[in-house]
Design a binder for this molecule. Structure first.
Ligand code: ATP
Length: 327
């Protein structure tokens, strides 16, 4: 089956073609880069409007006219962006006369790791811009075992770098500056299985304002925030008895985060997998791959039922494409 995927929840206008016979994915993306500050929803939507037709056209050229379904990111994300992507997907599905599939962006972030790793029942850590979740599949859904109580993990790093005056996105800059820094102590906030990043960001800004070298604050940020993610991921492995962990989301491009999780998994005899970077940041490849699984399971949408959902939680999605686990 060949599925055209379209992604556009926030900053990345992207289209992809997934061919399940060859397990190959071609992705074409066009990123929105704000002139100043963070992501402005109206500007991001304008970017979607101008960039989506071009990325889709490139992928349609790749398809030689063979597309069996159109999948789109239905949410969560910025409403104005999602509406543009939804309209494009509906129009394409009708024009090509193929089924329409509405994909949950967060489930796509974790399913791509399961798909690429071949793991059966992993614990999944989503470390993305607007979110942070630890999930595991149980009784037909991805259950949220832990999540952020305030801001997403990437957005938290971006808020600190905006304060420093660096351009968006801030995560890669935190990573490069942290390499030259000494550890700075920052508040560590894990409550049960949930984490909070907003207090750490305020403390990091105060450290920077009081003269602590920015490299040291970046190092403290990485060590603190990623240790929190690793602690909850480890507890999730322990509580579920699972021995596989997959990582997803744009922050997963960070070498230190991957290194910490790899070390934690090695110490407890678990397997760890993170897909290659093109599948970690927002991309339509993950939408096309999950879209193919959903289409094969008959999990498609009628046009009149295909409204976007900007607050679409991963645990709202009935997992139709997997066998339920044995009791
Ligand atoms: P979501 O997927 O939750 O909707 P999103 O759309 O913002 O979030 P992603 O592409 O998953 O996007 O992640 C983008 C985030 O990843 C940004 O906050 C960015 O700063 C962060 N990021 C990118 N590279 C790195 C890195 N090397 N280290 C840390 N963070 C990074």
């Amino acid at each position: 089956m060949r599925v055209l995927g379209i992604e556009g929840t926030a900053w990345c206008a992207s289209a992809a073609l997934y061919d399940s016979e060859t397990d190959s994915v071609v992705i074409e993306s066009d990123a929105y880069q704000p002139d100043s500050g963070g992501i402005h929803p109206r500007e991001a939507a304008e970017h979607m409007r101008s960039a989506i037709p071009a990325v889709v056209e490139t992928i349609l050229d790749e398809s030689d006219g063979r597309v069996d379904a159109v999948a789109f990111s239905r949410g969560p994300g910025l409403g104005p962006c999602l509406r543009i992507v939804g309209s494009a997907a509906r129009a394409l599905a009708q024009t090509l006369d193929v089924p329409l599939v509405g994909v949950n962006h967060m489930v796509a972030h974790l399913e791509i790791g399961r798909h690429r790793s071949g793991f059966d029942a992993p614990v999944c850590l989503n470390a993305s811009g607007a979110n942070a979740h630890v999930l595991a599949f149980r009784n037909g859904r991805y259950r949220v075992l832990g999540e952020t109580m305030d801001t997403g993990v990437g957005n938290a790093l971006d808020k600190f770098t905006r304060h420093v005056g660096w351009s968006h996105p801030g995560g890669p800059k935190v990573e490069s500056h942290a390499k030259d820094g000494e550890y700075t102590d920052l508040p560590y906030v894990v409550k049960g299985m949930d984490f909070s990043f907003s207090g750490i960001m305020s403390a990091a800004k105060q450290e920077y304002d009081s003269g602590t070298p920015v490299e040291d604050v970046c190092r403290g940020l990485e060590e603190t925030v990623f240790a929190m993610l690793a602690e909850v991921a480890e507890r999730a492995l322990s509580l579920t008895g699972r021995d596989e962990l997959v990582l997803g989301g744009g922050v997963a491009q960070n070498d230190r985060l991957r290194g910490m999780l790899e070390a934690m998994c090695e110490q407890r005899g678990a397997d760890f997998f993170a897909p290659e970077p093109r599948f970690l940041r927002d991309n339509a490849g993950m939408i096309a791959v999950l879209g193919e699984k959903m289409a094969r399971a008959g999990d498609t949408l009628e046009i009149e039922d295909s409204a976007i959902d900007s607050n679409f939680r991963p645990d709202e999605v009935p997992v139709t494409w997997r066998e339920p686990e044995p009791p």
